[in-house]
Design a protein around this ligand. Sequence first.
Ligand SMILES: *Cc1c(COP(=O)(O)O)cnc(C)c1O
Length: 479
Amino acid sequence: MSETIEKYLVSTDSTFEHVIQRLDENSGGVVFIVDDNEIMKGILTDGDVRRLILKGISTDKVVNDLMNDNFVSGSINSSRSENIKLLNNKVHHLPILDESGIPVDMISWSDLWSLPIAQPFLGGNELKYITDCISTMWISSQGHYIEKFEESMVSFLGGGKGLCTSSGTTALTLSLAALGITSGDEVIVPNITFGATANAVIQLGAIPVFVDIDSRSKTMCPVAFQDAITNKTKAVIPVHLYGHPCDMDPILEIAKKFNIYVVEDCAESLGAEYKDKKVGLLGDVSCFSFFANKVITTGEGGMVVTKDDSLLGKMKLLRDHGMSPKRRYWHELPGYNFRMTNLQAAIGLAQMEQIDKFLIDRREIVDIYNKKLASIKTIVRPVEESWAKNIYWLYSIELQDNDSLITKNMLMTRLKSVGIESRPVFPPLNNQPAYRSDNINSYPVSEKFAKNGLSLPTANGMKIGDAERVCNLIKTILK
Ligand SMILES: *Cc1c(COP(=O)(O)O)cnc(C)c1O
């Protein structure tokens, strides 16, 4: 008997409690029930167990009286493909039995089909350009791919100048440092974002002030932004969350009125548009990330983009140790080393050659989600405001029922059991250990979104059939 199958077995005289423990240990979503001769008699899935718990079945009840004895099984004498054919929407786990009916192996849907929430696609010129770096030995932070990658980015955005950095987070730190943000300054940050937005502020000794999000776009609420301004406020970081742009006109107007710098966090929104203009050129400076799960990747990496040449010069200086470009080993400022390597930029250039296709493919997946999920009344789909082009970095839905948290966890577990990854949305920053403060602002919209929201896969390379399958499964699960 294989070691893997053993952890799925319980005997007919076990208690219900033991089944729950077993499910918890094997985290495979199923147990197979065997008699004294190890012959399979029944099955219980985590769904069955949940139903039994809801019915109020006592945990000391014997499994023999609870199990489902009408189960589908494969045979050790059948070919693997014959066995696989027995898996379907209802049968996610197939026990494989020997001639006497003893389980000797199993096949799970999740072994055959796994769909990550995001993944890179490296099918263009990545390898060719990397090979060029290696064969010419330009592997560090000089080399022509750096400039080419920066140029490809600004030509895609339609203006500005770019400067590669070692990550999206260092792009944020660099921007804020170059703008002179320092100890005691306040920087306004949306309460729902990846923590790096706030970390960059804190690393400079400044204070992130969290504001609530808009209930539709889930991006920073302009009114909340204005309400949070004090005489210490020096900058605001609108985050174009999950690929949807912030409502920039009011944000820019308020920022101008109060003399506040605007640093766009575009880590999740390469290609998104606000009123037909690409995000990344709307504020004083913008920051992109090329981590592996972003729209394009360089493994790790980032970029700052600005139209302001003097700011660009300051960022370049700070990025390169604060060292004068004119005089060697002469430090004008105590700077950083936030550079990207030529190797990473080579991957980035190859990725930018494919950006249009990536965005079109993503849109096709989203169209399927939008169409097929529309009939499920308890799901609110992500919006695309009339002034926006959302690139749907992640497709984040909200569940609308009284027990949305329970439903959400159940949905995520069930999707996981068939190999589909989903994620809860970012939890609000204001009450996380790293950021807790005496701040008395309230965040009803963030809290509701965090409770109800989860993201579905939009991985590069995903097929239309994958999206259809995700939708069909969600429909079955929520029924
Ligand atoms: C990913 C991300 C970052 C950080 O980028 P890294 O390249 O991982 O450092 C910053 N802000 C947001 C909104 C992000 O999603």
